[in-house]
Design a binder for this molecule. Structure first.
Ligand code: PXP
Length: 256
């Protein structure tokens, strides 16, 4: 089964933010990714705007309309309060209507997302948010650890998909640690359950050209969103060749 590749442009925005102005323009890079065949773009706006800014979200929504079938995925914390001209995740989604919104429990101080939701804690306050997104016709994905009880809760809340947090697997894989296989088995179990109960499955975090191939072993895996490693690979390979290298894996042309 082919996996859709959604390229996360936050790292391009981080480079842009190191100087005044809009160079490099993350949307120029977004267009290169889509021209190279990526099926989507992901932006993760945060209140501190350290990566993408609200203006990037608006421009990405425009850009994606020029590519038939391409999907815009906005990810972020729906509970993070508006700050300065950051209007909050829901306000940005309402305005720009992406194909998918991935809800992530990252706090203000976190360098990057590093765990999935605990729905026993957050389920009640997530429910009206999921219902609101659903009423706008936006697919809802919840960032989750491969915990089967939690994945059942995601279904009861009305989520459409889960995005499996793959950071620990990537770390173990990089160390050639046997834990990588154990973690992969937990993603396989999570994906099997999700498929049984009617949830879609995405995955993301620290995925790269070395560790991605194994995800074809999941019975259901619809999309990966990749930013950091793909941007680093682009420094060596060029952006379009890097996207094509990831796409070759996503399409199953590269084997473990
Ligand atoms: N998925 C989520 C929810 C994320 O927060 C991130 C990082 O912004 C990614 C996927 C992509 O991770 P990476 O940049 O390590 O590829």
């Amino acid at each position: 089964m082919a996996i859709a590749l959604s390229v996360n442009l936050n790292k391009i925005a981080l480079l842009r933010n190191s100087r005044p102005g809009n160079y490099p323009d993350p949307m120029t890079h977004g267009a290169i990714c889509l021209d190279a065949g990526a099926q989507g773009l992901t932006l993760h706006p945060r209140p501190d705007q350290r990566h993408v800014r609200p203006a990037d979200v608006r421009r990405c929504a425009q850009l994606i309309t020029q590519y038939s079938g391409a999907e815009f995925n906005i990810e972020g914390n729906p509970f993070a309060a508006p700050l300065a001209d950051y209007p909050g995740l829901l306000a940005l989604v309402e305005e720009t209507r992406p194909a998918q919104c991935t809800l992530v429990p990252d706090t203000h101080s976190q360098l990057t997302s590093d765990h999935g939701f605990d729905l026993t804690q957050d389920g009640e306050r997530l429910l009206p948010i999921i219902q609101q997104l659903d009423s706008w016709g936006v697919r809802v994905s919840l960032f989750m650890d491969p915990d089967l009880a939690q994945i059942r809760l995601a279904k009861t809340l009305g989520a459409d998909r889960i995005e499996l947090y793959t950071g620990p697997y990537a770390a173990a894989h990089a160390q050639q640690d046997a834990a990588a296989e154990t973690l992969l088995q937990s993603y396989i179990a999570a994906s099997t359950l999700a498929q049984e109960i009617g949830l879609g499955v995405n995955a993301g975090h620290d995925l790269n050209l070395q560790n991605l191939t194994a995800f074809h072993r999941l019975p259901l895996i619809q999309e990966v969103s990749i930013g950091h490693a793909l941007t680093v690979d682009a420094l060596y390979m060029g952006l379009a060749p890097a996207v094509r290298a990831y796409l070759a894996i996503c399409q199953g042309a590269v084997h473990e």
